[in-house]
Design a protein around this ligand. Structure first.
Ligand code: FAD
Length: 390
């Protein structure tokens, strides 16, 4: 990969690729452990939410080979358990109706202060928090459904990616801050897509042996041969890391409750203590002039659209992780761009009203990016070995 690892990630990130790799080596295990705690391993999600962007007749349910990737040419010859409609399914072992009397949901409801669940200031949100209040939501155990190769692909997923990138067509253009904002939007989406591709390459189904294993060719085809995509994963790591650092001083005000309270908090504090605020400078993106405020509103509206487009993803497991990550990025953007540490009022509104699903999205997205960076370094090692042995 043609990246100079001694260079900084971008003009807004004062950290080099090497430094970020080092940082990740320090925190990756803690971050992984955190995602396995009771607080962070469940996500609430309505996978029957209607897709608003395509008419159903043009977008039939697509759990079939038409919507599968072309890296496997002969799906018919493969056993039932390897078909995309099975690989892309969510394991229902830990999925429960979100009935308040249900043990698991009751337990989760108890984890946070009730009063903090309903946001009063929808305008500062980059995703629709009402999605988590719907009675039809299911609780999914993320640890039982890792993000990996599902066979989802073809025109359906390409159309979704294209619709997401089209959301990057801002009506305002011009000055440095404005183009930086647009570039940031693009980099977030590209890093998100590249991180998914890294995960599916790392956990790929070998149809000869039936084993799940890393696939260097797939990684190179989708990510490794594009330095810009690799860099965008690092960029996303920097922005999500910075948002976590920004809320760290207020963790005591966030509603982690009962016995998980101190454990979870101290794990997050340990992770944050390795982060430095120069990792990302959000101040440069939007200043207080009118154009900038307008641009920020547009950024927010467009990002909300991206989170809604996830309802159109026709592979359950991909949609689940799509929702987790877009919620994570939406939370990051809210913290970075709406939380003014010098303004007590907004600080209170943003920090105290963070919902547990936003925090779950944030931590899981950070952990996925951390795994992606680890995987990039592993694939790089494999690639070097292959070059030497050739
Ligand atoms: P795609 O990855 O579909 O790319 C389409 C086009 O986008 C490419 O031709 C290229 O021009 C451009 N592009 C690709 N990557 C980037 C980038 N990083 N930056 C900028 N432009 C880019 N599949 C799984 O196996 N497991 C999953 O968990 C999974 N989750 C998904 C979640 C979502 C929300 C979506 C939309 C798809 C998901 N998929 C998943 C499918 C996966 O993302 C690919 O679409 C699929 O593997 C087909 O890949 P492809 O190589 O044909 O191109």
């Amino acid at each position: 990969c043609k990246i100079n690892k001694g260079e900084t990630l971008s003009p807004v990130c004062d950290i080099t690729f090497n430094e970020l790799n080092e940082l990740n080596n320090y925190i990756k295990d803690d971050l992984n452990d955190l995602t396995k705690t009771e607080f962070f391993k469940y996500f609430k999600f309505d996978f029957n939410n209607k897709c608003r962007f395509w008419k159903e007749e043009n977008n039939p349910l697509c759990f079939n080979k038409e919507c599968s990737v072309d890296v496997i040419e002969d799906w018919e010859s493969l056993p039932e358990i390897w078909q995309p409609e099975v690989l892309g399914k969510i394991s229902t072992r830990n999925v429960e109706d979100s009935d308040i009397h249900d043990d698991e949901c009751w337990f989760l409801e108890e984890l946070c202060d009730h009063e903090r669940r309903l946001p009063e200031i929808p305008d500062c949100n980059y995703c629709d928090l009402n999605d988590f209040e719907d009675a039809k939501c299911l609780l999914v155990d993320l640890t039982a459904n890792p993000e990996r190769f599902t066979g989802y692909g073809g025109n359906q997923s390409a159309e979704i990616w294209s619709a997401i990138y089209n959301d990057n067509c801002f009506s305002i253009g011009g000055e440095t801050g404005e183009s930086l904002a647009k570039e940031t939007f693009y980099r977030i989406i590209s890093g998100f897509q590249a991180s998914i591709a890294t995960h599916l390459s790392m956990d790929f189904l070998n149809i000869k042996t039936g084993k799940w294993e890393p696939n260097l060719e797939i990684f190179m085809k989708k990510v490794g041969s594009f330095p810009e995509r690799v860099a965008n994963i690092y960029f996303n790591y920097a922005i999500v890391g910075k948002s976590l650092l920004k809320i760290q001083p207020y963790l005591k005000e966030i509603g982690f409750c009962n016995e998980y309270h101190e454990d979870v908090k101290s794990q997050i504090v340990n992770i944050c203590s390795q982060l430095d605020s120069s990792i990302f400078n959000e101040e440069i993106l939007f200043d207080r002039n009118e154009v900038s405020l307008h641009l920020k509103e547009e950024f927010k509206r467009r990002f909300r659209n991206v989170t809604k487009i996830m309802d159109c993803v026709q592979c359950e497991r991909c949609r689940l992780w799509g929702k987790v990550q877009t919620t994570g990025y939406a939370t990051t953007l809210k913290i970075l761009f709406e939380l003014d540490q010098n303004d007590e009022e907004t600080r209170r509104m943003i920090v105290e009203k963070l919902t547990k699903y936003e925090l779950i999205g944030l931590i899981n997205t950070f952990a996925l990016l951390s795994q992606s960076i680890d995987a990039i370094n592993q694939f790089e090692g494999q690639y070097q070995k292959r070059i030497i042995s050739d």
